[in-house]
Design a binder for this molecule. Structure first.
Ligand code: CO
Length: 214
C-alpha cells in the first residue's frame, strides 16, 4: 500500500504528465520567469487552495498565506512579499482573501490562552474590538462569526494601504488596486466584498499618509 507521502510524489508525476501532454514546452516556458498581475494574501487553511479555487495556472498569481490572512506591520515575511510584489513584479492587484469557518477567526472569538498563537490572534481580537458594536448587535453566533471574517478582510486591506511601498506606487502609477474577498467554503464561491480602498484611504489619509518619496 502506498503511503500518503508516496501518493504526493505520484501526484506530482501525474501533474507533470498532464502539463506536458497539453504543451510539450510547458516547463521550458515556466522557467523563463514570472509576470503575475495579482498578489493573493490568503489563509493557510488546507481547504482554501488559492490557485485551484480561482482556476489559475502557475505563473499567474503571487501568493502569501498565513493563519487568518493577516497583514501585520512587524511581520518581516509579509512585508518582504508585499514590497517584492509591488516594486519588482509590479502587480496590478492585491487581494486579501478570508474564508468562512476560519479556525483563526473562530479562536479569536473564544478568549483563551493559546501560547505561541496569542500574539498572532491579538490582531484578530483587535478587529473584534474595533467593530464590537456591530458584531455584538448580531445575535446569531454563526452570522457574527461570518461577519468577523469579512471585517477582518476589510481591516487587513486597510493595513495594506498603510504600507509605504504601496502608497509610493499609488502616487506614481495609481496601482495596485486592493480587493477584499471571502471564500465561501460551504459552496466554493468567491465573494467580492467590493471594498473601495481609495475611498477608505481618503478617509484616513490625515492619519496614515506617509507621503513617500516617489
Ligand atoms: Co482560516
Amino acid at each position: 500500500m502506498r503511503t500518503p507521502f508516496e501518493q504526493i510524489f505520484e501526484g506530482n508525476q501525474a501533474w507533470i504528465t498532464d502539463k506536458l501532454e497539453k504543451d510539450p514546452d510547458y516547463f521550458e516556458k515556466l522557467s523563463k520567469g514570472q509576470h503575475p498581475e495579482f498578489l493573493y494574501i490568503g489563509c493557510s487553511d488546507s481547504r482554501v487552495t488559492a490557485e485551484d479555487l480561482m482556476g489559475a495556472e502557475p505563473g499567474e498569481i503571487f501568493i502569501h498565506r498565513n493563519i487568518a490572512n493577516l497583514v501585520i506591520p512587524t511581520d518581516n515575511n509579509i512585508n518582504a512579499v508585499i514590497q517584492y510584489a509591488v516594486e519588482y513584479l509590479k502587480v496590478k492587484h492585491i487581494i486579501v482573501c478570508g474564508h468562512y469557518e476560519c479556525g483563526g477567526v473562530k479562536a479569536a472569538l473564544q478568549p483563551s490562552d493559546m501560547g505561541q498563537l496569542n500574539s498572532w490572534l491579538q490582531t484578530l481580537r483587535d478587529v473584534y474590538r474595533i467593530h464590537r458594536a456591530e458584531l455584538e448587535s448580531i445575535s446569531d453566533d454563526k452570522k457574527r462569526f461570518d461577519r468577523l471574517v469579512e471585517l477582518n478582510v476589510q481591516e487587513q486591506c486597510i493595513n495594506i494601504i498603510k504600507i509605504d511601498h504601496v502608497q509610493k506606487m499609488w502616487y506614481k502609477t495609481g496601482f495596485p488596486t486592493i480587493h477584499g474577498w471571502v471564500f465561501n467554503v460551504r459552496n466554493g464561491k468567491l465573494i467580492d466584498l467590493k471594498l473601495n480602498m481609495l475611498e477608505v484611504f481618503g478617509e484616513i489619509r490625515s492619519i496614515y499618509d506617509l507621503k513617500p518619496t516617489v
